[in-house]
Design a protein around this ligand. Structure first.
Ligand code: ASP
Length: 300
């Protein structure tokens, strides 16, 4: 049993110029989460902190710098699961919260599991989370991409078109010293998405799942496909019988592709602190560290 942490920063056709920011942003986030774990902090705190770091990094499609929807607004989804208690918290369609993973944590700690849009923002205020103007989440780069999309709307949904339409969702899975597993995911969703469209990321079992008995997972990619196969739960269940998380991650992505023609990626950690990941897109930003490794390994 060892501590472990793995993050992803989205799966897709990440352009060459975006590779270094994605890789280094993932590395920084993993280092932040790892600091918490090595100082005896909880998996839940490590996941939250790592995801906050990536939400605050405009390189990623989460928090500030997210893709805009077809009306030019940022709409955020996030989720957090605690493998110790199976407590879960998620929010979707949030427009005025800087760090939706923090709001998901408050939901996890409440009697609810999932709050959306205006109700989620009201709940944020009740919990002392400041509401901001949506404009604060919109970066000049994303406004430019939105203008291009408006002039030339992305092709309708297809397995082929998905990898270039969306990437940069973030996620983290961690295992702490007490053997607790937690997982979190946060996204601005697909580029130029329909207003109100929600993908897999905030759906417990699809975009995120954790259970101390087995492990945890966070998914990224074409959300509609990931949802149809309930990918994160599928992968966590497949960790049974001490299966190697690397093999399980590969099998999960093969299942996604074979069953629904899906494209995307997944990160996994098992309750023993072993990690795995897989993707069938051109790239996936990720970073990880396990007990005894010394330094975070990052790639994209
Ligand atoms: N899965 C996310 C969604 O469908 C997008 C992504 O991971 O890039 O909203």
């Amino acid at each position: 049993m060892g501590i472990a942490l793995i993050v992803h920063g989205g799966a897709g056709a990440i352009e060459d110029h975006a590779v270094a920011p994605h890789r280094e942003g993932a590395r920084r986030a993993a280092q932040i989460g790892w600091q918490i774990l090595t100082h005896g902090g909880s998996a839940l705190d490590a996941v939250e902190a790592a995801v906050i770091a990536m939400e605050d990094d405009p390189a990623f499609d989460a928090g500030v710098g997210s893709f805009l929807n077809c009306e030019g607004q940022v709409e955020l989804d996030a989720s957090l699961t605690d493998g110790r208690t199976l407590d879960a918290g998620a929010v979707a369609g949030v427009q005025r919260v800087r760090n939706p993973i923090v709001l998901a944590r408050r939901v996890l700690e409440s009697e609810h599991t999932f709050l959306i849009a205006r109700g989620a923002e009201q709940f944020a205020q009740e919990k002392g989370i400041a509401l901001i103007d949506n404009a604060e989440l919109r970066t000049p780069e994303q406004i430019e991409i939105w203008k291009q999309c408006r002039a030339n709307p992305p092709a309708p949904r297809s397995a082929q078109s998905i990898p270039i339409r969306g990437y940069g969702t973030v996620g983290c899975v961690a295992v702490d010293r007490a053997g607790n597993v937690a997982a979190g995911t946060s996204t601005g969703g697909m580029k130029f998405k329909r207003v109100g469209r929600v993908g897999d990321s905030p759906l417990i079992g699809a975009g995120v799942y954790a259970d101390n008995a087995l492990g945890g997972a966070s998914a990224t990619g074409w959300g509609e496909a990931i949802t149809r196969v309930v990918l994160a739960k599928f992968a966590v269940d497949a960790l049974a019988n001490d299966r190697d998380p690397r093999a399980v991650a590969r099998a999960a992505i093969e299942h996604l592709a074979r069953r629904v023609g899906g494209t995307g990626g997944i990160i996994l950690a098992d309750a023993r602190g072993r990690i795995g990941f897989a993707f069938n897109t051109p790239r996936m930003a990720r970073a990880s560290i396990v007990e005894g490794m010394g330094e975070v390994e990052a790639d994209c």
